[in-house]
Design a protein around this ligand. Structure first.
Ligand code: NAD
Ligand code: MG
Length: 397
């Protein structure tokens, strides 16, 4: 039995992780679950999986959950202390990091520092503070397993003895090809000024939480993934090519110096990379449909349009600038996406707010994780000020 904590168990990745656990009841024992909202769903998970701990956001939620799970032998914890506990307790072997946004940084760091097997779905901490996470893993000996479908595909195409964090150049890799679906607006005619949050969240191939769905629609998701790939696989961003592949069946590719291009294919179902990371180096059933190439028929690939989707260029510029530029990019994107989802700005306002934030702040080399977190806070304030300015301009016109 492998013991497991899930940070963000009520989200899209969290629920898919529990689906894989449910399909493999003799292999995994859930020790910790956590959620910020959807407490009823968390209660149902507690009743089904009998974890030792469940973590909620605030002290007020503790009583709410306790009432819902009355009679269960489950300790209810709250806040950052609770998350850190389920991420680092000695009884826990694997931690699924599936909170959304930079909020996952500290619990993920706690799991890495405690030398867990850390299953990384939550990509924003890797963009915000990737160098610090990788350095902490190298120090502690934590095993990092990518869950993001592209990075999991890349990992599957690397040699068996390759460990995340090692430069892939050392195993003969000359480049990585990251595939992107192109999102819901790939073929949409006309400008994107008036698209709604509902349209942005209606992804053609994947069912995901709202933040990553909007990121997929702006293509910022691929920009974040470019930075994520360069951190996880210690590869220069220029060696990562981004290719639009609307079918989302080839999940990414690795190019070797002998001319080989290895790919991982499968249905667009996160249960595959989750099962791979949960069981690595073994293989387990994931409960997914198999891919029938004859019914697929064709696979298309083309270049992304960075004028129509400027977030991609902003992300590439941020990783090339280095220092805290990716931290600023990520923070501004989180603020802008939340404002778009709340109906405060247009879809096209997202890259505008990010660009304005990057222009107003000077990226610097951070000397500690504390400095990275300070850069994140400053970028959020600057992005909010940019939002207020754009609001004022909109009212004047
Ligand atoms: P989601 O919004 O569906 O779920 C997020 C989970 O985190 C929920 O359980 C929520 O309660 C919890 N949470 C949110 N904010 C929190 C906070 N401040 N503190 C504590 N808990 C909090 O998100 P998701 O789509 O499952 O994505 C999770 C992460 O995985 C993201 O970083 C995303 O980029 C990444 N990811 C998701 C997918 C996917 O298919 N959904 C694919 C690849 C990568
Ligand atoms: Mg992805």
């Amino acid at each position: 039995m492998n013991t497991l904590s899930i940070l963000g168990s009520t989200g899209s990745i969290g629920c898919n992780t529990l689906a894989v656990v449910r399909a493999n009841p003799d292999r995994f024992q859930v020790l910790g679950l956590s959620a910020r909202n959807r407490i009823e769903e968390l209660a149902a998970q507690v009743r089904e999986f009998h974890p030792r701990w469940a973590v909620v956001e605030s002290e007020a939620d503790v009583q709410r959950l306790a009432t819902l799970v009355d009679g269960q032998d489950c300790e209810i914890l709250w806040g950052e202390t609770g998350l850190t506990r389920i991420a680092s307790d000695p009884a826990v072997e694997s931690v699924m990091s599936a909170i959304v946004g930079a909020a996952g940084l500290l619990p993920t760091m706690a799991a890495v520092g405690a030398a867990k097997r850390v299953l990384l779905a939550n990509k924003e901490p890797l963009v915000m503070a990737g160098e610090w996470i990788m350095a902490e893993a190298a120090r502690s000996g934590a095993v990092l397993l990518p869950v993001d479908s592209e990075h999991n595909a890349i990992f599957q195409c690397l040699p068996d003895d390759y460990r995340v964090g090692q430069p892939v150049q050392g195993v003969g890799v000359t480049g990585i090809v990251l595939t992107a679906s192109g999102g819901p607006f790939l073929d949409r005619q006309g400008d994107l000024e008036s698209v709604t949050p509902e349209q942005a969240c209606a992804h053609p191939n994947w069912r995901m939480g709202p933040k990553i769905s909007v990121d997929s629609a702006t293509l910022m998701n691929k920009g974040l993934e470019l930075i994520e790939a360069s951190r996880l696989f210690a590869i220069a961003p220029e060696q990562v090519q981004i290719v639009i592949h609307p079918q989302s069946l080839v999940h990414s590719l690795v190019q070797y110096q002998d001319g080989s291009l290895l790919a991982q294919l499968g249905p667009a179902d996160m249960c595959t990379p989750i099962a791979h990371a949960l069981a690595w180096p073994q293989r387990i059933p994931a409960g997914v449909e198999f891919l029938d190439l004859l019914s697929v028929g064709r696979l298309d690939f083309h270049a992304p349009d960075e004028d129509r989707f400027p977030c991609l260029r902003l992300a590439r510029q941020a990783i090339e600038s280095g220092g805290t530029a990716p931290t600023i990019l990520n923070a501004a994107n989180e603020v802008a996406v939340a404002a778009f989802l709340d109906g405060e700005i247009a879809f096209t306002g997202i890259p505008r707010i990010i660009r304005a934030t990057l222009e107003r702040l000077q990226p610097a080399e951070a000397a500690s994780l504390g400095e990275v977190m300070a850069a994140d806070r400053a970028a959020r304030e600057t992005a909010r000020a940019a939002l207020r300015d754009s609001d004022r301009r909109a009212q004047r016109s």
